[in-house]
Design a protein around this ligand. Sequence first.
Ligand code: 5GP
Ligand code: MN
Length: 345
Amino acid sequence: MLTKVIEQAKIDHFTKWFERADKIVIVSHVSPDGDAIGSSLGLYHFLDSQEKNVNVIVPNAFPDFLRWMPGSKDVLLYDRYKDFADKLIAEADIICCLDFNALKRIEDMADAVVASPARKVLIDHHLYPEDFCKITMSYPTISSTSELIFRLICRMGYFSDISKEGAECIYTGMMTDTGGFTYNSNNCEIYFIISELLSKGIDKDDIYRKVYNTYSESRLRLMGYVLSNMVVYSDCNAALISLTKEEQGRFDYIKGDSEGFVNIPLSIKNVCFSCFLREDTEKPMIKISLRSVGTFPCNQVAAEFFNGGGHLNASGGEFFGTMEEAKAVFEKALEKYKPLLIAKN
Ligand code: 5GP
Ligand code: MN
């Protein structure tokens, strides 16, 4: 049995909308990850089984290792089909906002979503949700939005209508947002849910291989290169890796190739804080990824130094300036947080 995480009144409210709706649009965040696509498609397969007219729209492309997911070919990319997407958003009865807490996370889509007369629901697990939806289902203690989608469908009374395809998508999101169940994954109910998803016929071992073990040769060589240039700040229990545009070009970089790199330095004994700086190929900025283990709040560093945010152990932000300047800012952050970083070990 599962704890009732989502309040009954919110389930009832959403169910009422759902029963009357025909056109439903699901939106998720920029540079969609496994949980963004997993939760969106998990909900998509369920709504589709209920004869709803459903569309998933995300701001831009998602990595190749998610393209096997059932329904992924129908995900609409806003940066390529803006006019069509705008029409769907404007005409929707319901817009489901999944896996983001602030309108800026859907970038150029935000205006269309705000302007739409559709009923809006937020289903998310990031801290501090903005108040832009009529129903806000925000549960930061839950490790993935995909898990929330499973909980929502079950609470609405439709467990039996979850298909194998839908279960595969939900499992993928739960798996990727916990690093293959290696962090944020001590809640025993996660494993009850996995058991229920297995009963739908999913092959979890195959899903793991499809997500984590189907990279290109050049991606692995890039990983070796990035690690060979890693800087370890032993006195702060921290590490830094980086990747410039020029270096990405040298290794035939494609979107998603550096996925997971930021976690690798955490496998060094005593390192509890890792930073990955990557020069963006589209915008003139450096994308920051931060990870920590234990109680070190890397989201605080993201907010304070990189205009970002996120979770306690996984956060990110943006930096407008050169790589050298970004590194200097990171080192300033280390200086400030050194006492806390040392206290952790
Ligand atoms: P990643 O390192 O995988 O890009 O991001 C990890 C987490 O950090 C995301 O799930 C999200 O919560 C948060 N995050 C990443 N980039 C940003 C950003 O630019 N702004 C904010 N507020 N949060 C971010
Ligand atoms: Mn998520």
